[in-house]
Design a binder for this molecule. Structure first.
Ligand SMILES: [Zn+2]
Ligand SMILES: [Zn+2]
Length: 133
């Protein structure tokens, strides 16, 4: 008869720590791209053209054009600076579009064409070629 190692609770504490670490890592990553985007782009909302300065820049957010927060190319091509209001609108619109697509009959060809237009099939190839050299 073998008894298990004492205590059942450590797993819980460990899970909490893992979650906290993941959140911190995510915040760091997001903070990183925000700073870079603010360095690359003028502090102007891409929708309403409102201008920002050091005091108001907290209201300027980084939008990901393809909505993939892990897609952060160093040239900033996936970023767009939007004020919090326009950013909200942008995502609201996407949400409604997504719901509309899910609910109604889908024009598959249009969706595929749009996806193909934003997805660059040769971007990876170019990187591979560069790396191989
Ligand atoms: Zn705006
Ligand atoms: Zn966004």
């Amino acid at each position: 008869m073998t008894s298990p190692p004492s205590g059942k609770t450590p797993d819980h504490a460990r899970l909490d720590r893992v979650v906290a670490d993941a959140r911190r890592a995510r915040e760091q990553r997001e903070g990183g791209y925000r700073e870079r985007a603010l360095k690359i782009y003028p502090w102007i909302c891409g929708r309403c053209a409102r201008e920002f300065d050091r005091a108001t820049v907290v209201q300027l957010t980084v939008h990901h054009r393809d909505h993939n927060h892990d897609n952060n190319p160093p040239d900033g091509s996936n970023w767009e600076l939007l004020c919090v209001y326009c950013h909200d609108n942008e995502h609201q619109r996407q949400l409604e579009q997504a719901q509309g697509v899910a609910a109604g009959p889908v024009d598959k060809s249009a969706g595929a064409a749009a996806a193909a237009a934003t997805h660059k099939p040769f971007a990876d190839l170019a990187a591979l070629l560069k790396r191989g050299k």
